[in-house]
Design a binder for this molecule. Structure first.
Ligand code: HEM
Length: 385
């Protein structure tokens, strides 16, 4: 239990952290990787380059500091991060390392302003926060369909639109693929060409077919210096018959609407992947589904054949493509026509798309908390904590 004094000190340091948060986490990563280069086999180097992970961690630290006397307020967000940690195989023994270097970074950046009282308070607070994560992740490890990463053979690869490929894989080891939940993702581990470290990425599954295979899709991310290390390798260097490693399915994004509710599945770009799995699953179950996909142009739309087949098979399914080249940006006027009190909204795409849609929905008095969503990027960066 933290003392009242410790909680007070932690809360009082929030403005300082807000001011220096990104700098502290930048120093933290630099120093941690110098001392523990083996952790570069877990962390996403592309995110590091773009500063994405820095923001996510800084925001989580702030969220925790603000809610230090009622940490349960951050539990919904911790749940989502814990799923990712479990999928990446972040273990209990990693937490003291992160704690040590986070505290050292606070001291280095704040200098004399970080008094012994402040440092002691933060050490205690970190222990408390880490405890919440460790406990939640322990339960997830116990429930995971298999331990660690296992080898899978690629059995099929197909082009999807202009920048995506779908992959079908089956286990090479003696494990059983569990019943998959639409909205879940798997985590792929490869050794990218010309890189000394292993690299891990999460990819959503696009089908819940129960035939011992896993199906996921990969969008080619970025280009030039910022080209996605793993996505480009999977696109260019992997073929049918090759082996990749995968950890057990994870994630808490799923359809959780009452039977009498209709659902609007709204996606952009690679966000189509979990939505397609939901369309497949809910379409067969007979739920009324409106599937809306936003993309640049007709040629970019992934999974056109699969979507058309599900549309043709199920009278309860309606499909709308919003092509920016043809229709401009998706506005509240258009959204209004698709939403009424009986519709639950599910949203998935990149951070910019999600932000835009939340802005448009707010014009219709629909709040972020009314929407089920999964951003491709850290969720905390668009969640108000
Ligand atoms: C991802 C917070 C401990 C490794 C994340 C994310 C957050 C976060 C907010 C982004 C999740 C998202 O994508 O939505 C924290 C906090 C920790 C903690 C508050 C301590 C209390 C650790 C530890 C490790 C670790 C101990 C392992 C050494 C990672 C990795 C990612 C991640 C590898 C994926 C993102 C990337 O690779 O860039 N964490 N984390 N975290 N965390 Fe943690």
């Amino acid at each position: 239990m933290l003392s009242e004094q410790t909680k007070e000190i932690v809360k009082q340091t929030v403005p300082v952290l807000e001011e220096h948060g990104n700098e502290i986490t930048k120093v933290f990563y630099e120093r941690m990787f110098e001392a523990h280069p083996e952790l570069l086999n877990i962390f996403n180097k592309s995110n590091q380059k773009q500063g994405k992970q820095q923001t996510a961690l800084a925001q989580t630290v702030l969220a925790a500091a603000k809610h230090i006397d009622h940490l349960e307020a951050i539990v919904p967000n911790v749940n989502q991060i814990a799923h990712k940690h479990r999928a990446l195989q972040v273990k209990e023994e990693h937490y003291p390392i992160v704690g040590e270097f986070l505290l050292k970074a606070i001291k280095e950046v704040l200098g004399d302003a970080a008094t012994d009282d402040i440092m002691n308070a933060w050490e205690e607070a970190y222990g408390e926060i880490a405890g919440v994560f460790i406990q939640m992740e322990k339960a997830m490890y116990e429930q995971a369909a298999w331990e660690d990463f296992k080898s899978f053979k690629i059995t099929n690869i197909e082009d999807q639109g202009t920048s995506m490929k779908s992959f079908e894989v089956e286990p090479e080891e003696n494990i059983k693929v569990p019943d998959l939940v639409a909205g879940q993702y798997i985590t792929v581990r490869i050794k990218p060409t010309n890189d000394e470290n292993l690299a891990l990425r999460h990819y959503s599954i696009y089908s819940v077919k129960n035939d011992g295979k896993i199906r996921f899709a990969v969008k080619k991310e970025g280009f030039g210096e910022k080209k996605g290390l793993v996505s480009h390798d999977l696109h260019n260097s992997y073929s049918v018959g090759d082996t990749i490693e995968i950890s057990a399915p994870a994630g808490d994004f799923k359809v959780e609407s009452a039977d009498d509710k209709k659902i609007l599945l709204l996606s952009s770009g690679a966000g189509v992947t979990p939505m397609l799995a939901m369309l497949e699953d809910e379409g067969y179950k007979g739920k009324e589904v409106h599937f809306v996909h936003v993309n640049e142009s007709e040629k970019d739309v992934p999974f056109k054949d699969e979507i058309a087949a599900l549309n043709a098979m199920n009278n309860n399914v309606k499909v709308t493509y919003h092509l920016k080249e043809r229709d401009g940006y998706l506005t509240s006027d258009e959204l209004k026509a698709w939403i009424d009190k009986d519709v639950d909204i599910y949203l998935c795409g990149g951070i910019t798309f999600m932000d835009t849609i939340f802005d448009e929905l707010s014009k219709l008095n629909i709040d972020q908390s009314d929407v089920h969503f999964e951003p491709f990027g850290p969720k905390m960066s668009i969640t108000n904590v």
